[in-house]
Design a protein around this ligand. Structure first.
Ligand code: SF4
Ligand code: SF4
Length: 329
């Protein structure tokens, strides 16, 4: 049990799917040494298969009695997708070679179904869901490891793998219902998002949050009542964990996407309400999503009338610096 818990809140109403966070994470941690296929941060289209493919149906996590559920280990070719390169060397300086093509024959990859979503024109819809390890309070990866190689840091609740102890059994991958821990075939050990703890220890936000151009990511301690994270999760209760039914008590929270375009009726006239079905949001974020959506829409209306709204001021994120706070408690 950690003494304190760092958390991240992501406002899905503002994510533009630019993947800057993905690239920030990849260049910092996973573009080398057996990690090439890993995306410690990924941004997927929902509804969709996600990354790795169909992770939501891949098992792991806990049942209602707190027992660890069976899970699968995703397949490298069909679920993650083997990273490929392009034939740049053939192309440059060779006038006969005009087709840019991958150097393998990929059958899957991250964002294979990007922007597909669901529904028919003109009422089709999708939104972006950025995902990192949730640094859970009850981690399935940790519970599944027979070597006790996974631990939560006392000072901030960051979940890490002790590479000295890890023997590469991969039970952790089956046990994580978010499939956010990966096997590194080069060193035969499991690796995962480290919440950029070397940056945190220097007083800097994680690279994904620091680089986010949409200003959707807030970072802070959950017990720090002055942090924006605390206000979004506990004061206004508009930030919710992803798939709380998985039972791992995630510490990444999401402000649900309540700002989708309106639906059109058969005559092409806009109707009341957004296109993303609340049932789908309830599947992702649990029944609390209805109350969170009501709060968000009511505060937006207040702001439109020119009234004060602390919640809207936080979500607008006027100052990037205010979105990250490590107090001295
Ligand atoms: Fe472990 Fe998965 Fe939770 Fe991360 S998201 S702490 S890898 S169970
Ligand atoms: Fe979304 Fe921010 Fe990532 Fe862009 S950088 S995809 S806005 S989370």
């Amino acid at each position: 049990m950690a003494k304190r818990q760092l958390a991240m809140v992501m406002d899905l109403n503002k994510c533009i799917g630019c993947q800057t966070c993905t690239v920030a994470c990849k260049t910092q941690w996973t573009n080398r040494n057996g990690r090439e296929y890993m995306y410690w941060n990924n941004v997927e289209t929902q509804p969709g298969t996600g990354y790795p493919r169909n992770w939501m149906e891949a098992g792991g996590g806990f049942d209602a009695d707190g027992n660890l559920k069976d899970g699968i280990i995703p397949d490298m070719v069909h679920d993650y997708g083997v990273p490929w390169d392009y034939n740049h060397d053939e192309l440059f300086g060779n006038a006969d070679q005009t087709v840019l093509s991958p150097n393998t024959d990929p059958v899957w990859g991250p964002n294979w179904d990007e922007d597909v979503g669901e529904g028919d024109w003109p009422n089709s819809y999708f939104f972006y869901l950025p995902r990192i390890c949730n640094h859970c309070s009850n981690p399935g990866c940790l519970a599944a490891c027979p070597r006790e190689a996974i631990f939560k840091r006392e000072q901030d609740g960051i979940v890490l793998v002790d590479l000295e102890r890890c023997q590469g059994y991969r039970y952790c991958i089956a046990g994580c219902p978010y499939k956010k821990i990966y096997f590194n075939p080069k060193i035969s050990k499991s690796e995962k998002c480290i919440f950029c703890f070397p940056r945190i220890e220097k007083g800097l936000p994680p690279a994904c949050a620091h680089q986010c151009v949409g200003r959707i990511r807030f970072v802070g301690f959950l017990d720090d009542e002055d942090s924006q994270v605390y206000k979004l999760v506990y004061k206004y209760k508009v930030a919710l964990p992803l798939r709380p039914d998985f039972g791992t008590q995630p510490n990444v929270y999401y402000v649900p996407p309540v700002l989708s375009p309106p639906k059109f009726d058969e005559e092409g006239k806009p109707m009341e309400g957004g296109r993303i079905p609340m049932e789908y949001l309830e599947k992702l974020f649990g029944p609390e999503v209805h109350r969170a959506a009501e709060t968000l829409l009511a505060e937006m209306e207040k702001r439109k009338r020119g009234e004060e709204s602390e919640l809207m001021d936080i979500l607008i994120a006027y100052s990037h610096a205010d979105m990250f706070r490590l107090d001295e408690n």
